[in-house]
Design a protein. Structure first.
Length: 684
């Protein structure tokens, strides 16, 4: 199975990068923009058409499949080769510059792969491991529906097949959910026939180990010309616990994670568009690519657009103020201030307009309890204790502080200081503001007022600042050491010593080992332990290895067409998405809600009465249910392994009352407290 996993990783990497490299390479190369923006923006060339085709095919009612994606990718490759042949010999880069670019790319990918391998891949108990938490029930089911139905649309997403709408769930339950990540997973399931969990793990592994480092490299290269800072970014990109690592064991919010990973590439395009060094004619292609990337981001997760607004607003204000003030001979300073304030006002008005849109109402009014008070929130932000269960990262916070001082002297990057202030305020607000307060909803509502998601936006700014700080700090130490040894006649190249210092600090921050006796476990060690616990069926009690094996046995007995009634809170919510068992209830939300079908409520409350209750018999026939799956039969079993989200025993009286002696049910399979019953044929 590991072979299937690595093959899926390879295929996803190829489909993401090869078309984009061939299409964008000639354009960026001929304009002397180097390798970094090509690799950063390459996934957009695949993701944008995938997003458009998914919506177009969904609207027309035509099933989408992997071969459509492959065919389109091949066409893009031929188009790129054709354009490349016409622009042959027009490269503005020297061979030496290309070699240096490649060495930086190798550093980013190598560090990303090693850290992702240690933290993520090695922690799984197999390539088909799943994270059995709240959101993943929906993610697994949605990927399965995409693969089974060919309907990959974000505008019509549902964890139920089209034929099940109005039967197992309300006919109007489809709606918008950002599903481009799900479409990527469905592509692998359809093309390679791998399981849904293997596809999910492959997409996530490529995203955190390759896509994010290269996306970030492109973003940093758009405002940092010092190659040493770019090398340092390869280290700092993996150092922050809050992102990307924590988002993979939180929720899990995979679509949001994927959007945040691609976000730096889209921000890179905006920085390039705002640059005065790029000719206007070259910006037309950049603008089209930026718009395509923004569209793809919206279908990964809309809040990534607002993250870009928060981070790039200072750059927007700075460039506009300079552009306009340069047109005047006098009063340039006052004009720059006025235009800058006007630009911030425009961003704020757009923000407020979206805040009041009905489409964002549920999102911005979501309630989360704050973690601390104002002083504690500021302390958490400055010491980088951005994750509740993790300790602070003091060495990294020192590098951020040094980086802030370093950026002050760098004109091209100075806007990052304001971006840091904005995202720091957002984190402080979400960490301490009362859940009902307007300021919390206004500043962080587009992220569900959720601390980990805001922390990831904060980290997006911290990574390049820490890279500046790492180089400055290492240079200072190298200069001191060289001066010390120079007094005794030893000459040591300061640049090499600085590079060694950067690597040493990176190892200190990323080390999973306790360096000194009496110190607690490192943040990376705690992160690894968290992954092992999250992706291990033996650690998570409400969906165990035994239950997983039992579900597979049930699938062999009933087939993949029979509908099986279940209580999702015993872990069976993962069964459809993981192996394809057609459970009636596939998510952990909606029980008792107004949108719940009356037939499903009847079954919840009175299924044990199927032998004599006409209403129950009608509900069974209307839903087409043939079997009943119980993974935790009995009160004691339910107490030990039921999920903690939303389960109320009084809502499941009819289901929980079923046992071997209940009339109308025949035991098909049993293993301890796990049972599969068939409803007697006269009631079907």
């Amino acid at each position: 199975m590991w072979t299937s996993f690595f093959l899926a990783c390879l295929l996803f990497g190829v489909i993401l990068y090869v078309p984009g490299i061939l299409v964008l390479g000639p354009f960026f190369r001929s304009n002397g923009m180097g390798l970094f923006p090509v690799l950063a923006a390459a996934p957009i060339v695949t993701l944008f058409p995938l997003a458009v085709l998914s919506e177009l095919f969904g609207y027309m009612g035509i099933p989408m499949n992997a071969w459509v994606v492959v065919l389109f990718a091949v066409c893009l490759c031929f188009a790129g080769l054709l354009v490349g042949s016409r622009r042959a010999g027009r490269s503005a880069l020297t061979t030496e510059e290309v070699k240096k670019d490649i060495s930086v790319v190798v550093a980013y990918v190598a560090i990303g792969c090693v850290v992702a391998g240690v933290i993520y891949v090695k922690s799984m108990d197999g390539p088909a491991s799943i994270f059995p938490e709240f959101d993943n029930a929906s993610h697994l089911a949605l990927v399965r529906v995409f693969a089974d139905s060919g309907k990959w649309s974000s505008l019509q997403s549902s964890p139920y097949l089209p034929s099940e709408l109005g039967i197992l769930t309300s006919a109007g339950s489809t709606g918008f959910y950002p599903s481009l990540w799900h479409a990527c997973c469905a592509f692998l399931v359809d093309f390679l026939s791998v399981s849904v969990p293997v596809a999910i793990n492959a997409v996530n592994a490529v995203a955190v180990s390759v896509v994010f480092p290269l996306s970030l490299l492109g973003f940093m290269s758009s405002f940092a010309s010092d190659r040493r800072v770019l090398f340092a970014g390869a280290i700092t990109s993996s150092c922050f616990i809050a992102f990307p690592w924590h988002l993979m064991v939180y929720g899990p919010v995979y679509p949001n994670l994927f959007g945040d990973i691609v976000l730096p590439a889209v921000m890179m395009l905006f920085v390039m568009l705002a640059s005065f060094e790029i000719e206007a004619g070259e910006k037309r292609g950049l603008l089209l690519l930026f718009l395509a990337g923004s569209f793809a981001l919206a279908l990964m997760h809309p809040n990534t657009i607002f993250a870009a607004m928060a981070i790039l607003a200072p750059l927007f204000a700075s460039r506009c103020s300079k552009f306009i003030s340069d047109r005047f001979a006098h009063g340039k300073a006052a004009i720059r201030v006025a235009v800058g304030l006007l630009c911030f006002a425009i961003v704020a008005l757009v923000w407020l307009f979206c805040f009041h849109l009905p489409a964002f109402a549920v999102q911005v009014n979501y309630h989360w309890t704050p973690e601390t008070d104002l002083l504690g929130a500021v302390q958490n932000a400055l010491t980088l204790k951005l994750v509740t269960w993790s300790p602070s990262q003091p060495l990294l916070s020192v590098l951020v502080l040094v980086g802030l001082l370093s950026v002050v002297a760098k004109r091209r990057s100075r806007w990052l200081l304001v971006s840091y202030a904005i995202t720091l305020i957002m984190f402080v607000v979400v960490d301490c503001a009362p859940s009902e307060s307007l300021i919390r909803h206004l500043f962080t509502g587009f992220w569900y007022n959720d601390i980990p998601r805001i922390a990831s936006v904060f980290v997006m700014v911290l990574i390049p600042i820490a890279a500046f700080g790492l180089v400055t700090f290492a240079d200072g130490l190298a200069a001191g050491v060289c001066s010390l040894f120079g007094r005794v006649g030893w000459r040591i190249p300061s640049d090499r010593l600085s590079a060694i210092g950067c690597c040493f600090f990176g190892l200190l921050i990323l080390s999973p080992f306790q360096l000194f006796s009496g110190w607690g476990p490192t943040p990376v060690r705690l992160m690894i332990d968290r992954y092992v616990e999250s992706y291990s069926f033996d650690k998570v009690g409400y969906y165990t290895h035994d239950e997983r094996d039992f579900v597979n046995e049930c699938l062999e007995l009933v087939g993949d067409d029979a509908i099986v009634y279940n209580c999702p809170f015993d872990g069976s919510c993962f069964s459809y998405g993981e192996v394809g068992l057609r459970t009636a209830i596939r998510t952990l939300w909606g029980t008792g809600a107004e949108s719940e079908l009356s037939t499903m409520k009847v079954l919840r409350e009175g299924l044990d009465e199927v032998s004599y209750n006409v209403d129950v018999q009608s509900a069974v026939k209307a839903t087409g249910i043939e079997y009943v799956l119980m993974l935790d039969q009995g009160n004691e079993a339910m107490d030990e392994s039921i999920t903690p989200w939303g389960y109320h025993e009084d809502q499941w009286v009819g289901f929980n009352s079923i046992d071997d002696d209940t009339p109308g049910f025949t035991l098909v399979l049993r293993n301890g407290d796990m049972a599969l019953y068939k409803i007697d044929s006269q009631y079907l």
